[in-house]
Design a protein around this ligand. Structure first.
Ligand SMILES: [Zn+2]
Ligand SMILES: [Zn+2]
Length: 355
């Protein structure tokens, strides 16, 4: 084990971020951390890294501290490695290629829960965008504010979707699904038998978002271990901005506009479990969510996870938001073959059924 120079790594990250035209505050975070550490004896930096006390220094946050720890362990920091991996690539072109490779959307809502439009309108809009399928994932019973579907209503919805599929144009399918709440103990908020019938199950945390780290980690790990779960939805629960301008209308109440910080959980443990169980990590494209943040997309990629680039659309126009998710995925170097919705509907359903 040969330690690297953590200060040089932080400065290199700042340089690459700057060159990639990333937000100034992000660049500054790495430069500030480099400066804070440069002012200390190397021995103290190493000691603080060992005892987890780097973040007590002004100018050093969780992300920069992790880079320092990785550096001192002799590893190229994940953050730097992913930046280097995308260096020199035309990210706009990469994002566009990723968007073109997407054949469907695995997280959408209709007016059966808190969406604003009937299922058929969502389906027709998705078909017009060039999708081959759309997974209908209305909310589960406990999410009452979003009119979550009881088991009975979900059964009725399945019958309704079967009829709609008979009438839809050749080459396009509505796949059945749910955005099921991950409850406080990590169980999923719907009947097991029903979950087994669905093509794709997205599981999300919508309550107790401030659970302490250990509790939240156990809760997420329990959900990931559930054989019905296929995709881990918006894993940090953060809200980076209020609802985007011009987006109004009914529903969407599970995704109320307000900012909210990330839930605290052991991301390495959660992503390792996702990779092991073949659960895809959602890259949620909603502008107010942008979830997970890029540093966590990079970690999930390093962990070997699959991804799903979803819109979480609550209205037909929002189905076009996938490009936002693709931009963020491209910046993190996510390859198309790791994204489950670049697969055909048959491949997707077979993957989901396998677990
Ligand atoms: Zn949600
Ligand atoms: Zn949703």
């Amino acid at each position: 084990m040969t330690a690297r120079d953590p200060i040089a790594d932080l400065r290199r990250i700042a340089f690459l971020l700057e060159r990639a035209n990333e937000a100034t505050y992000r660049v500054r975070a790495f430069r500030s951390a480099a400066n804070a550490l440069a002012a200390l004896p190397a021995k103290e930096v190493a000691e603080r890294a060992r005892s987890g006390k780097l973040t007590e220094l002004s100018g050093v946050g969780d992300v920069t501290a992790r880079c320092v720890v990785e550096s001192l362990a002799g590893d190229e920091p994940v953050y730097l490695r992913r930046l280097v991996a995308t260096e020199g690539t035309d990210l706009d072109a990469e994002a566009a290629a990723l968007r073109t490779a997407l054949r469907g959307d695995c997280h959408t809502h209709s007016d059966w829960s808190d969406g604003g439009s009937p299922i058929e309108e969502m389906a027709l809009a998705a078909a017009e965008l060039g999708h081959e399928y759309v997974v209908l994932t209305d909310h589960s019973p406990r999410l009452k504010v979003a009119r979550g579907l009881t088991a009975d209503r979900l059964r009725r919805q399945l019958d309704h979707v079967a009829k709609l599929n008979d009438a839809l144009p050749e080459g396009f399918r509505i796949l059945t699904g749910i955005e099921v709440d991950i409850l406080a103990d990590g169980s999923l908020d719907q009947d097991d038998g029903l979950l087994a019938r669905l093509d794709v199950v997205v599981g999300s945390v919508h309550s107790g978002l401030n659970d302490e780290r250990g509790k939240m980690t156990r809760r997420m790990l329990a959900a990931i271990a559930n054989p019905h779960l296929d995709i881990l939805g918006h894993c940090t629960g953060r809200m980076v901005s209020s609802r985007p301008a011009g987006v109004t209308g009914p529903g969407d109440r599970a995704h109320r506009p307000r900012t909210r910080s990330e839930s605290d959980f052991d991301a390495d443990a959660v992503f390792a479990a996702c990779a092991e169980r073949d659960v895809a990590v959602e890259i949620n494209s909603r502008p107010e969510r942008q979830d997970p943040p890029k540093r966590l997309i990079r970690r999930a990629l390093e962990a070997g996870c699959l991804f799903a680039i979803n819109t979480d659309a609550h209205a037909p126009g929002q189905l076009d938001w996938q490009r936002f998710g693709c931009e963020r995925a491209a910046r993190c170097g996510v390859p198309a073959d790791r994204v489950v919705n670049t697969w055909s509907a048959d491949q997707l359903v077979a993957w989901a059924a396998k677990r």
